[in-house]
Design a protein around this ligand. Sequence first.
Ligand SMILES: [Zn+2]
Length: 673
Amino acid sequence: MRVCVLLLLTVSSIFVFAQPEAQHGINVGDLDRTAEACTDFFQYSNGTWRKENPIPAYMDRWSRRWQAGENAKDQLKTILDDVSSRTDWPRRSVEQLVGDYYGSCMNEAQVNKLGISPAMPFLRDIEAIKNQNDLQQMMFRLHEMGIFVPFVTVAQPDNHNPTQTIADIAAGGLGLPDRDYYLKTEQRFQDAREKYKVHVANMFKLAGYDDASAKAAAQTVFKFEKSLAENSLDNVALRDPQNTDHKTAFADLKKMAPVVDWDSYFAKAGIAQVDLNVDQPKFMHEVDRQFRETSLGDWKIYLKWQLLHGQAGVLSDDFVKENFAFYGEYLSGAKELKPRWKRCAESTDQLLGEALGKKYVEKYFSPEAKARALELVKNVLAAMHDTIEGLDWMGPETKKKALEKLSTFNPKIGYPDKWKDYSSIPISRESYWNNQVAAAKWNVVQDTWALAGKPTDRGRWGMTPPTSNAYYNPLLNEIVFPAAILQPPAFDVKAVDAVNYGSIGVVMGHEISHGFDDQGSQFDAKGRLNNWWTADDLKRFQTRTACVANQFDGYFIEPNIHHNGKLVLGESIGDLAGAKIAYLAFQKAKQQHAAPTLDDFTPDQQFFIAWGQVRGDEIRPETQRKMVQGDPHPIAKFRVIGPLSNLPEFSNTFSCKEGSAMVRPAKERCEVW
Ligand SMILES: [Zn+2]
């Protein structure tokens, strides 16, 4: 089977888009012609678009790509308005589930009238906790509805035998974006901590606490979470799969955190008491300590906070607004809350994504688009094949393994072959809270925990079709492109090859390259966390990746804040290799079918401009700071400038001279793949 795939990749003819009349090229109106392509290609390729398209008040970033994501929501709205306008759909049909879920969410008057009352039974039960057993029962109830505190229990393919799915216990339990927010000493983190405490207190006040008890509760929550943070790995450490690989026998989990009644937890969760993975044993020791040493009173406050925090979006407007004031406005810089219908569409997508996605695909994703996208992926995979074969720094032994891994790549395009069946979830027009809790519970219990201990289902998707994004999963060695990313401007059947290869082609190259970045390269052709490199080749690879980490360490967003090269390394390798192999695939496509010069730009110029335009984000300063701290993706500006300034293909295309800002000096230039 693997051989067949390999043959397909190497001998398949290069797919070329049929070129009917009226195919469009890049968006010339987006260019800032006062800027120089060789000095600041980001500004040159999209500066006018950014100037003319300010970030909408409810967004924290904006570009043609983000705009496309919002367009997908407009498309969802037509579906949601339609199905929710009727209440006579057959019970448990896709239309009834989606329509009633969205309809109950859109009933803002009722949600506001209910105020905090839907959460009251939980808050009362938390208050009634009398002993360790009650406490753990309540923790389990919260886990069931997706509020995973203080630890997270999911299911994922076994790192060492990915054909089997096992339970995975990870660290969680924080209200700030990551552990560094609790610990770093820079002023901006100190400020965030103070604002966070005010926010936590405000949420308690909305739940009926007086000012003094709300403030005291916020201190308790902060102290509890800070202790979890101190025992959690940071964002960089979390990127190395070795650091979270701890296959553990069930009996040893019981030794790791003996105070937790794991027998009862696993039995109720329906998870077999067999080997599992514990991401962070040190964190589990801390969980055990908290159970033993923290008073029941403090636990109750922590659980109440996490319930209010996790469910804020399902409660009345006062909770929604307070939640937005901290997470949306203060931490991300958005100016206004998203319209309710967008929040309801997002919630429907999050919890019933493949029901809504089925309708979305029927209406907005053509078989023609799927076929073309698949061909494009194959061509970019073939370019990666050529690139690996031609590497001068990699020995034949490692090359063979790299090619073997490439041959087992599984591209998924648009939507799953088999849709999830949500028909057992009780959903009605009656109550948004009840619907949300029932759907969340189904997603945790039936759609996550139930997978543990079973053979891995390779047909599952980790993103819903209406998601404007893509991913690589090293355990399944799959690259996945949901229908909503396969829309203009990233992919357009009416665009010339240069534009499609320069936009979705680079995205595809990026996802393929994740299989060979600092993380993905540790997984073999079968998806196992298993070193397939010779020692010398691995050393050479690491020298090359260190070049990219150094490059991004040098990118500042503000005078004292720069990217963390090790945090953004995988994404930056993905962009660098992705741009290169998509460019190579485009060169082959041109041999089959001459690409036109359009608007005075050569095909190769169009290719690079397309990438600059797809990544043309304008971004709020708050979101930029948050990303630099915790997001493995660099900000868009450096996703354009970073990779292209390493590529001779770029500098040749625009005739950039040595010494230009967009041409890194030969000695500093990075090339990984
Ligand atoms: Zn990526």
